[in-house]
Design a protein around this ligand. Structure first.
Ligand SMILES: *[C@@H]1O[C@H](CO)[C@@H](O)[C@H](O)[C@H]1NC(C)=O
Ligand SMILES: *[C@@H]1O[C@H](CO)[C@@H](O)[C@H](O)[C@H]1NC(C)=O
Ligand SMILES: *[C@@H]1O[C@H](CO)[C@@H](O)[C@H](O)[C@H]1NC(C)=O
Length: 391
């Protein structure tokens, strides 16, 4: 209350000075005084702000004065602090102090006018979900090189992990505030939502790809960028499995939000567009149902997003993943490949051994990424990359 009356007082003081100046100026009627008049007015405004500042220092301490003057007022040189840059530019530091609740709220902001009033080059957000190190990062560095401005990188790792990337690296300073997450549990979906929310803070990110530390790109950047950009659909694996590890995991208590016929399954490694990313981040309807009624043996990261997005936007989904994995050996996890497996023939089998639909047409390029590759696969991968992957 005191501050408010204080600032009103000082503004009125400014006005008094203004009127004094005006009277004097009319008396003399000389043109150069017009300049002096403006100068005195300018001075009066500055003095006004100084008084507000001093007043605020007395009541709130120095810190709040600096923020108040900086963010709420026009500075003395006449530059307003709020510009479009605030919305257009990505945050300069990914390590914000927002809680998940605050972050998701902030990330759910979406413009209602679809045409951007500035040149917006759509970017791909590569989101790495990992426990700690990224052993295949040299391969990714080479993949990203020369495509700055078309991608952004985000890393979610165990909070205790300390990364050491040089400033020249595409991974430098790209860790987001993280929490412990466990496979098959809701904390895994929380981590994925956290990655999406942080990536949404950059208005230029249009497509969002979830990757792990054992993933590799199968094509060069241009091929991958255009494949995603030209696609009518988002690539999220989503299918109706009638068996015990599909429909068998459905719990009737999820109705009416989720019915048995709506229940879907799919690998968690998705590529989705901005609209679907917001759907996931803003969700409060399905989250509590999955959180409560899909617990191991129901692995929530295989069901939550495919089911939810099928209900909300089935017309936007390709229902298939663009990340290749080998499940032929059976078991709960796909095969991991090491240095001995890395041959040209191995990748030709992936390139030529699959058929799929792309924009409703048969396509031979079905996969853009592959998993899982062991750290010792790095050297042979770097060696064959120019010939096989085209980078
Ligand atoms: C559904 O979930 C509830 C709560 O976890 C559990 O008590 C119940 O047994 C489940 N029902 C089925 C059919 O799995
Ligand atoms: C994906 O599946 C949904 C139903 O689950 C269907 O409506 C949609 O057309 C499918 N997408 C494509 C590209 O076939
Ligand atoms: C990327 O790969 C494609 C297909 O292999 C090739 O035509 C293109 O020249 C490559 N682009 C670059 C920048 O190397």
């Amino acid at each position: 209350m005191q501050t408010r009356s204080g600032s009103v007082g000082s503004l009125e003081e400014g006005k008094e000075k203004e009127s004094v100046v005006t009277t004097r100026a009319t008396q003399f009627k000389a043109p150069p005084l017009r300049v002096l008049q403006l100068f005195v007015l300018y001075l009066a405004i500055c003095i006004g702000f100084s008084i507000i500042s001093i007043y605020t220092i007395q009541h709130f301490g120095i810190y709040s004065v600096i923020t108040t003057v900086k963010s709420n007022f026009v500075t003395c040189d006449g530059e307003p602090d709020y510009s479009l840059d605030r919305w257009r530019k990505p945050p300069s530091n990914l390590l914000h102090s927002m809680s998940d609740k605050e972050l998701f709220w902030r990330a759910s902001f979406a413009p209602r006018i679809k045409k951007y009033p500035f040149k917006r080059v759509p970017k791909v957000a590569f989101m790495f979900l990992t426990k700690g190190p990224l052993p295949l990062s040299p391969l990714w560095e080479r993949f990203f090189k020369g495509h700055e401005g078309l991608y952004s990188v985000y890393i979610h790792s165990l909070p205790s992990f300390k990364a050491e990337f040089p400033p020249s690296s595409a991974f430098y300073g790209r860790h987001i505030p993280s929490k412990v997450s466990e496979w098959g549990k809701m904390s895994m979906c929380d981590a994925e939502r956290r990655l999406l929310a942080n990536a949404l803070l950059d208005i230029s990110n249009e497509w969002f790809i979830l990757l792990s530390e054992s993933c590799i790109p199968l094509h060069n950047f241009s091929v991958i960028y255009h494949y995603i950009k030209k696609s009518k659909y988002s690539f999220i694996d989503s299918f109706d499995d009638p068996g015990p590890v599909g429909r068998g995991r459905y719990n009737e208590s999820m109705a009416p939000e989720v019915t048995l016929t709506q229940w879907r399954k799919g690998s968690q490694w998705f590529e989705i567009n901005r609209r679907l990313a917001i759907n996931i981040v803003e969700d409060i309807k399905y989250y509590p149902k999955f959180e409560r009624f899909c617990r191991p043996e129901c692995y929530v990261d295989e069901h939550y997003f495919p089911t939810m997005l099928t209900i909300q936007a089935s017309n936007l989904l390709a229902n298939r993943s663009i990340t290749w994995a080998d499940w032929s050996r059976g078991g709960a996890h796909p095969a991991t490949f090491g240095s001995a497996d890395i041959t040209e023939e191995f990748f030709i089998r992936i390139y030529e051994g699959n058929e799929c639909r792309y924009n409703n047409q048969p396509s031979s390029i079905c996969f853009l990424f592959a998993r899982k590759f062991a750290p010792n696969a790095l050297e042979p991968l770097l060696e064959i990359a120019p010939k096989v992957f085209g980078f």
